[in-house]
Design a protein around this ligand. Structure first.
Ligand code: ATP
Length: 250
């Protein structure tokens, strides 16, 4: 185990000090369970937060770490908000929850684009923990395009949360090649041959795309995301139009 924790400091504001403290404790005890929840979070919304909360409770996770991606490999052709804005919004969204924290590892440390397998390796090289990679069904559908996904599945377990409103329906389908690793029951968590689990959660159709669209149209985004994040979006003029985004650096 390395001497420094994997969670980078939250840029000196001390907002996440409880979360950081609880993360530091991971280094002091025997193997804990952490959930890594990667995404673009442009912006983070209640769909993400509720998924993380239900995963934490149902998997008995000691902590969920949100990891905003700098340049997601599957979104390289889409315009994204500045990573610092996305990071700031996630920090604000999780500030009140000691079980949630944020890592800027993909933004500040890893090569871009960063791949989940590298992020998982980064954490495993620093702390002795069991890792559960949390993702929605839409992300899981693309898993065979992920870099070294077989290796990823050796390093950690993947937990797929249900997500309504997806094109093609929200039915879970596992690629045939991965079926031997797949389980629909969390009772199989103790079975080391099972690496992919489905976690039914309270369904929410909210998406970042929907929020950006509403904000761009000048419509309400209230109750789709935490008020702290809504305030930040308004303060910075995010999503108003591409020009105002460029004019309002963090
Ligand atoms: P966008 O609309 O810009 O594609 P998004 O809402 O899907 O964004 P991401 O940051 O891309 O948000 O998602 C990060 C992870 O969270 C992904 O694995 C995604 O499937 C999952 N996720 C996002 N929204 C939900 C939701 N409402 N319910 C369950 N999972 C979700």
């Amino acid at each position: 185990m390395a001497d420094r924790p994997a969670l980078p400091p939250s840029r000196g504001r001390g907002k996440n000090s409880d979360a950081e403290r609880s993360f530091l404790q991971l280094t002091a005890h025997k193997k804990k369970r952490i959930g890594l929840f990667g995404g673009t979070f442009d912006p983070i919304h209640y769909g993400h937060l509720r998924a993380a909360e239900e995963a934490r409770l149902k998997l008995s996770l000691d902590q969920v770490i949100f990891i905003p991606a700098a340049l997601p490999p599957h979104k390289q052709n889409e315009p994204l908000s500045d990573p610092n804005h996305r990071l700031e919004m996630v920090e604000r969204a999780v500030a009140g929850n000691v079980y949630f924290s944020v890592s800027e590892v993909e933004i500040t440390c890893l090569e871009k684009p960063s791949y989940t397998v590298q992020t998982v390796e980064y954490f495993l090289s620093r702390v002795s923990v069991e890792i559960f990679c949390l993702m929605g069904m839409d992300s899981f559908r693309e898993i065979e395009t992920w870099k070294e996904y077989r290796r990823l599945l050796q390093l950690c377990r993947v937990v797929v949360v249900t997500r309504p409103g997806l094109p093609g329906g929200s039915r879970v389908s596992c690629p045939p090649k991965l079926k031997p690793l797949f389980s629909r029951s969390l009772r199989d968590l103790a079975d080391s041959s099972k690496r992919i689990f489905i976690l039914p959660i309270t369904g929410s159709e909210v998406s970042s795309t929907q929020i950006r669209g509403l904000a761009r149209a000048g419509q309400s985004i209230r109750y789709l995301l935490p008020p702290e994040v809504e305030e930040y979006i308004q303060e910075k003029g995010l999503y108003e139009n591409p020009k105002s985004k460029a004019q309002n650096p963090i």
